[in-house]
Design a protein around this ligand. Structure first.
Ligand code: 13P
Length: 244
């Protein structure tokens, strides 16, 4: 993976087919960058394939392949040349009880198929207020990356997404993000010796705040939720981070 900044759009599960059609009319014309990774709802993935951006999954199964009703396996993903998967999103941790151990298995299964994973970590508001951010992040990293070699870590991108910043328009200060990103890099280095881990920021990133956020000196890009579902906003974000 080159050392360029990336922008990941997590379209989550809000768009219906009419929304997707309108969205594609704009983005297929305007986005020509392999540093943009769009993660649609899996039922719409075929509409997004073979364009001038990359496609990623919002989730992946914890075994490489086999009969797992309702799941998408790494074997299936790579058969469509899908190389990216988000793992450990807080919405899955909260609503589906996804544990660090499950997330670790997903990471291993995906990397064994030579995929890249975007591992989401971050503290809840309660954890932040109790000054437990560093502790939570360390636990999430240690468990999720358990047993990974340096070669495998090359395929991991971390997304720091404070749970309280998702969909709320509340974001940490630039200084706080910078400090946490540095902390994440240090923890990964401590536990594995790997020094070049990419860290993205996610949580209420939009076309208005991205310019400021993009000044954070140790940031490798952004994971965008709501604003990535609005083609115009997403294009402005991409333009600020990548196409300059
Ligand atoms: P929002 O950009 O809507 O806050 O969502 C962030 C997110 O959860 C991306 O994975």
């Amino acid at each position: 993976m080159e050392n360029k900044k990336i922008v990941v759009g997590n379209l989550k599960s809000t768009m219906n087919i009419e929304d997707v059609s309108k969205y594609l009319q704009v983005i297929n014309k305007e986005i020509a960058s392999k540093e943009v990774i769009i993660c649609p709802s899996s039922i719409y993935i075929p509409y997004f394939l073979k364009k001038n951006y990359q496609v990623g999954l919002q989730n992946i199964f914890l075994d490489e392949g086999g009969p797992y009703t309702g799941e998408i396996t790494p074997t299936q993903a790579v058969s469509l040349e899908i190389r990216y998967a988000i793992v450990g999103h807080s919405e899955r941790r909260i609503h589906l009880n996804e544990t660090d151990e499950i997330i670790n298995k997903k990471i291993v299964a995906a990397i064994n198929k030579n995929m890249y994973v975007i591992l989401c970590i971050g503290e809840t508001l309660e954890e932040k207020e109790m000054l437990r951010t560093d502790m939570v992040i360390r636990r999430q990293l240690v468990n999720a990356l358990n047993g990974l070699s340096i070669d495998m870590l090359y395929n991991v991108i971390i997304a720091y997404e404070p749970v309280w910043a998702i969909g709320t328009n509340n974001i940490p200060s630039i200084k706080e993000i910078e400090k946490t990103v540095e902390y994440i890099k240090n923890v990964v280095k401590q536990i594995s010796g790997y020094e070049d881990i990419k860290v993205l920021y996610g949580g209420s990133v939009n076309e208005h705040n991205v310019k400021e956020l993009n000044k954070i000196n140790n940031i490798s890009g952004f994971l965008v939720g709501g604003a990535s579902t609005k083609a115009d906003s997403f294009l402005k974000i991409i333009d600020e981070v990548i196409q300059k």
